[in-house]
Ligand binder design. Structure first.
Ligand code: PHB
Length: 394
């Protein structure tokens, strides 16, 4: 058994864990980051890509991701489409802010490169088994390394940034599943295709046949989703059938078709862990909460958690002041529940539930009209989508 000692042990090399290690490093606080996955898996697993303006500012100004502004694309609005017409939500005009399309795995490549260049102890293929002694001032991560040998990390603080199947959660909430959650009777069928963009901005479309989202990845690769059954088999439909499904859900736009090279079914869940802190173990990112993808909040919420926790860890570890760490759960949960609401609201407003009655369907169109026909409605959506102000940022 080998033991390593560090100030902060971070489980998970996703956006939350890597950004936290980066900001701690800037503050002079040493950390060790472990992840079960290989570097290649982390860098090539294709993930959604909408970054709030505040997220971009944090990544850019901290030097965590210098490519976000050059390779990413700024979007100043989205389109809500329903009942045969498109309605632009003009973020720039409504809130003077925008979002950036920059896929999560690209941000991860940047973060990994920066951390390794700074000498970060970052270990891939290391599996956390459990966290012990949360209540003491020397909590420990029990893990197995890439060769299957036991490894122990002793720290002053442990952070579970280990995703929706978090191992750290048990040490914080008392169970691996402990949380508030809701499931949805639909999922997204996602495709990646080689084609030029079909529209300049993202289209969120509600249609009688169900929801579709026309998103993008680059000038030559597009990402699109359509609402499907959570048990759908990703290989059951031919390419032609997939285009037919997508096309019928965005009436008014002719989609530019091209070879489909990836397909997947994404299930939806809303989840918030019952607790985010136990003694010297905290949860952030998907370990703390999951949102359905409709509001594009996942990575942004992880970044917001990191900012609150990083400041609290600086106070704790540099000044021996535990007031901010005690306040961490309440502070983080304030934003988490707003994002939960927004993600739930966008999801329910845009999808067609399998058991929707005629009343439900017509009420939903009334809701969509209430939003797009009111400046207050559009602004509410724009404020949430582009992101509420972040801790420590103007
Ligand atoms: C994506 O591009 O994958 C994407 C964009 C917006 C969303 C969700 C996913 O709301």
């Amino acid at each position: 058994m080998s033991t390593i000692r560090t100030r902060v042990a971070i489980i998970g090399a996703g956006p939350a864990g890597l950004l936290l290690s980066h900001l701690l490093g800037i503050a002079g606080i040493e950390s060790v980051v472990i992840d079960q996955r290989s570097r290649e898996e982390i860098e090539t697993t294709i993930r959604a890509g909408i970054l709030e303006q505040g997220t971009v500012e944090v990544l850019d100004s901290s030097g965590a991701s210098s490519r976000v502004r050059t390779v990413g694309n700024r979007h100043d609005g989205i389109e809500l489409r329903f009942a045969g017409a498109g309605h632009r939500i003009d973020f720039a005009d409504l809130v003077g802010r925008g979002v950036w399309l920059y896929p999560q795995h690209e941000a991860l490549k940047d973060l990994i490169a920066v951390r390794l260049a700074k000498g970060q102890d970052l270990r891939f293929g290391v599996t956390a088994v459990r966290v012990e002694d949360a209540a003491s001032d020397r909590p420990r991560v029990i893990a197995t390394d890439a060769d299957g040998a036991p490894l122990e990390i002793e720290a002053e603080f442990v952070v579970g940034a280990d995703g929706s199947r978090s191992v750290a959660r048990e040490a914080v909430t008392g169970s691996s599943t402990g949380g508030y959650f809701r499931e949805y009777p639909f999922a997204w069928f996602g495709i990646l295709c080689e084609a030029p963009p079909s529209a300049e901005e993202l289209i969120y479309s509600n249609s009688p046949g169900g929801f579709a989202l026309i998103s993008q990845r680059s000038a030559t690769v597009q990402r699109m989703y359509f609402q499907c059954d959570p048990n759908a088999d990703p290989n059951a439909l031919s390419e032609e059938q997939l285009w037919e499904e997508l096309q019928k859900r965005v009436p008014g736009t002719t989609l530019k078709e091209g070879p489909i090279f990836q397909r997947d079914v994404l299930r939806f869940r809303s989840f918030v862990a019952h607790e985010l802190l136990n003694g010297r173990v905290a949860l952030i990112g998907d370990a703390a909460h999951t949102v359905p993808p409709t509001g594009a909040k996942g990575m942004n919420l992880a970044v917001a958690d990191v900012l609150v926790l990083e400041r609290a860890l600086r106070a704790l570890l540099l000044d021996n002041d535990d007031r901010l760490i005690e306040a961490f759960p309440e502070k983080a949960l304030h934003r988490i529940w707003k994002a939960q609401h927004f993600s739930w609201w966008m999801t329910n407003m845009l999808h067609v539930a399998p058991d929707a009655s005629d009343f439900d369907r017509l009420r939903q169109l009334g809701e969509l009209r209430s939003v797009v026909e009111s400046e207050a409605g559009r602004r509410f959506l724009a404020e949430a989508y582009t992101g509420w102000p972040l801790e420590g940022l103007a």
